[in-house]
Design a protein around this ligand. Sequence first.
Ligand code: HEC
Length: 126
Amino acid sequence: MRILWTTLLMACAAACTQPANKSVPETIEPDEAHIALAETLTPADPTLAPIYDRSCRACHALDGLGAPLTGHAAAWAPRLEERGMEGLLGSIHAGRGAMPSMGYCADCTDDNFRALIEFMSTEGQS
Ligand code: HEC
């Protein structure tokens, strides 16, 4: 069922031309494989890896905090679809839900954040 939902969601992300679809659930629960995967992923970029480890990993590699997990593309797709890259950047600046403003990275640049979002929202990328 989850696989079917993921497939439908990916198909919609590619094909739907409607901008904000309010019926898309905001939180997509990860399965065991995604929870295990999130624990192992680290950005390949040597500048980004330490930033991710000290600032984002604590919440985005741990299930149950309400954060979309790193490498779980289906959980990121509706967020990217609804707010776009710049909208997600704005969420980090302002803080969102349990995420503090700047996601515990006060000295991060917007380019750092964009690269982190790309890394975290891509399925299984290391
Ligand atoms: C203290 C925990 C915590 C930390 C640290 C944290 N996040 Fe988050 N993040 C969350 C939670 C929880 C959400 C889901 C918020 C919601 O939609 O209710 C989230 C959501 C996001 C989103 C999606 C925002 C949206 O508009 O949907 C992005 C992008 C993001 N985090 C990036 C980052 C980055 C990059 C870092 C590291 C620099 C980081 N986060 C650090 C907890 C955290």
